[in-house]
Design a protein around this ligand. Structure first.
Ligand code: 5AD
Ligand code: SF4
Length: 446
């Protein structure tokens, strides 16, 4: 590659999970420290970071078509500098470098703190790949958080040791690591100073977080939440995504004890059938999962439950799929995500016999989503007539319209005077599948 002038503007395109959104924001902050500014909406950027996801579908192919679109008909001088980050970078870094000469940097999810150095080299014309997994080092070398926003993500844990047979995450994000307690409290304080009223704790297995508190005691996520709740100005705490096997008593109890902990739980089950769960290496069964949810409902009866499902795992029969429908009927999720099984190269399930035909998966997914949508609408409809606090996150589509979240993570919109970051008390007056309409009753801030 020829040397080029240093980029003045950047754009980070993040795909996939909230962890990627967090990583994308941190990469933006690293670039901002070098004096590079976000490209204005609708304008081309000098540097594009494709922050990729590898969990499903033909993610890698999508990268190549994005790269093609960014460079089509352009000389190296005119085309943006391209960095590929995220889980596809981790899994297929070398291949990307070979197949896409327009890419100057490939950086894995545990190495992106070194993006600025890589950029200096790229400007000199050197292509660089960094997919090391030094775990915690990344967080120590990230810049201070400055972005002003009422809601913020805070990564507390990364990686996964569970090795569900369908999943690529243990290979792309590496082993489970927990960030130290004091680092997390410091980062939370900074987020609050920068205007955060709600913090969502992130981790691939967020409830596997373990640390040592300020008195040297072993702490889990429940204890960490108690400590965060003591920080002045933090009004809402959420966490995602949890694994059933990592749940402990303290975290469940926290839902009944900590007022700031929002009544919402995302706890993926993946399937309602025990044979399939075993083949997935989930190490919980349908019954133990349901018992766990009961314990949450005991301490927090209004808790909104959410989950993830995979249909068409290799060998899944019609009867086994119906067990998944049954568990949905039993739980009545407030909201849930469902996916068609997608073979991930290198994972055990990808080479299992009896891969399910696409048409069968399509049909199962549709039936599952009908039930999930039914329950989501019912959950929202049951909120009508209640009033709740709404944290305003953004403007709505129409003039004078604002959008925010209820404690149960429902989107609530209303027409009134407001500003981003306001906490308003709304009467919930009308429900749709994806949102509720509110009428401002009082200003919790006033
Ligand atoms: N195919 C389909 N869905 C998957 N997920 C993870 N791996 C796969 C796969 N290979 C889903 C799981 C997980 C969510 C983040 O993505 O439901 O909980
Ligand atoms: Fe993937 Fe299973 Fe780990 Fe979740 S727990 S990240 S599904 S391997």
């Amino acid at each position: 590659m020829k040397p080029t002038t240093p980029p003045k503007t950047y754009r980070v395109k993040s795909f996939g999970c909230q962890m990627n959104v967090y990583d994308g924001e941190r990469m933006g902050e690293l670039l901002a420290e070098k004096g590079i500014t976000p490209a204005p909406e609708g304008e081309d950027a000098d540097l594009v970071v494709l922050n990729t996801c590898h969990i499903r579908e033909k993610a890698a192919e999508k990268i190549y078509s994005d790269i093609g679109r960014l460079t089509k008909g352009k000389t190296q001088e005119k085309a943006p500098m391209i960095a590929v980050a995220g889980c596809v970078a981790q899994a297929e870094g070398e291949e990307i470098m070979t197949r896409a000469p327009a890419v100057s940097m490939v950086v894995g999810p545990q190495a992106y703190h070194r993006l600025p150095e890589m950029l200096d080299r790229a400007v000199k014309g050197e292509r660089a790949t960094d997919t090391d997994m030094p775990a915690i080092a990344k967080f120590d070398s990230l810049p201070k958080r400055k972005r002003r926003s009422p809601t913020a993500f805070l990564t507390v844990q990364e990686g996964c040791d569970k090795f569900c047979t369908y999943c690529v995450v243990p290979y792309t994000r590496g082993a489970e690591i927990s960030r130290p307690y004091s680092d997390l409290l410091d980062e939370a304080r900074k987020l609050i100073e920068a205007g955060a009223r709600e913090i969502t704790l992130l981790g691939q297995n967020v409830n596997a977080w373990r640390g040592e508190d300020d008195k040297g005691r072993v702490a889990g996520l429940g204890q960490l939440i108690h400590a965060l709740a003591k920080l002045d100005g933090l009004e809402r705490i959420r966490y995602t995504t949890s694994h059933p096997n990592d749940m402990d008593d303290a975290l469940i109890a926290a839902h009944g004890e900590v007022e700031q902990l929002m009544p919402y739980l995302h706890l993926p089950v993946q399937s309602g059938n025990d044979r399939v769960l075993k083949a997935m290496n989930r190490s919980h069964n349908a019954e133990s999962y349901l018992k766990l949810l009961e314990r949450f409902r005991d301490v927090r009866p209004d808790i909104a439950l959410s989950g993830d499902f995979i249909v068409g795992f290799p060998g899944e029969t019609e009867a086994e799929f119906e067990d998944t429908l049954s568990i949905v009927d039993e739980v009545r999720y407030a909201q849930a995500y469902s996916f068609k099984y997608s073979p991930r190269p290198g994972t055990p399930a990808a080479s299992m016999d009896n891969q399910i035909a696409k048409e069968v998966m399509d049909e199962r997914l549709q039936r599952l989503q009908e039930r999930i949508n039914r329950d989501q609408l019912a959950f929202n409809a049951a909120s009508v007539g209640k009033s709740c606090k709404v944290l305003v996150e953004r403007k709505g589509k129409h003039e004078g319209q604002w959008l925010g979240k209820s404690p149960w993570l429902q989107s609530v919109w209303f027409n009134d005077e407001a500003a981003i970051g306001d906490m308003v008390e709304c009467d919930l007056v009308e429900a749709g599948g994806n949102s509720l309409m509110g009428v401002v009753k009082s200003r919790a801030d006033a």
